[in-house]
Design a protein around this ligand. Structure first.
Ligand SMILES: [Cu+2]
Length: 221
């Protein structure tokens, strides 16, 4: 009796073991393919901050002229070695043309004589860049090519953005003739073809996006 019970129990145990084994085999191992990791939307790349503008003050001048074909700009920038003057004109008769900073920021009269004489705070004789001494406003001549365009690029220590040599509130004049660099006090440069007031405070232009777009010479005295 006892032996049979044990045998049955063993047999049962074996069967059970087999069942468990079978059920284990049936259990298919599903390969769970992980859903492709959706890439998190990349945060918009921050726009690189623009390099800070050079710290020195600057001023932009737009020339006005009674000749509708004539146009020009002058850009003044304070740099370590002085005031950098870059002028570009077009629609001008080929040849050399006297180019100066005059003492009054007034382009209101048709002949632009309202701008007065050359800016000359040190009461120096007239001459042309790079001769010294000379008027603070003596830039010399702009050479205009056959295509009617001219470019001037000089740096002068005679001007600044404040104090007695300040270029603010003065006027740039382009002449019809050549500055001979010796006739006192004008250089015998002839008529005034174009005029532009140097306006503004000379503060860095970053805060005034409209700087340079306003036609010059609109102030009336
Ligand atoms: Cu002049």
């Amino acid at each position: 009796m006892e032996y049979r019970k044990v045998a049955l129990a063993l047999a049962a145990a074996l069967i059970l073991t087999g069942l468990v084994a079978c059920s284990k085999e049936e259990k298919t191992t599903e390969t769970v393919t992980a859903p492709a990791a959706t890439e998190a939307p990349a945060a918009p790349a921050a726009a690189p901050a623009p390099a800070p503008a050079a710290a020195g003050p600057s001023a932009d001048v737009t020339l006005q002229s009674h000749d509708p074909n004539l146009s020009g700009t002058v850009h003044f920038t304070q740099e370590a070695g002085g005031v950098h003057v870059v002028a570009d004109v077009k629609g001008v008769k080929p040849g050399q043309h006297g180019f100066h900073l005059h003492e009054k920021g007034d382009c209101s009269t048709p002949d632009y004589k309202s701008a007065g004489g050359h800016f000359n705070p040190a009461n120096s004789p007239h001459a042309c860049d790079p001769t010294n001494p000379r008027h603070a406003g003596d830039f010399g001549n702009i050479t205009v090519g056959a295509d009617g365009t001219g470019h001037l690029d000089i740096t002068t220590t005679g001007l600044s953005f404040d104090g007695p040599n300040s270029l603010i509130g003065k006027a740039v004049i382009l002449h019809s003739g050549v500055d001979d660099c010796k006739t006192q006090p004008t250089g015998n440069s002839g008529d005034r073809l174009a005029c532009g007031v140097v306006s503004g405070s000379g503060a860095p232009a970053a805060a005034s996006p409209a700087a340079g777009t306003e036609p010059m010479g609109t102030d009336h005295h």
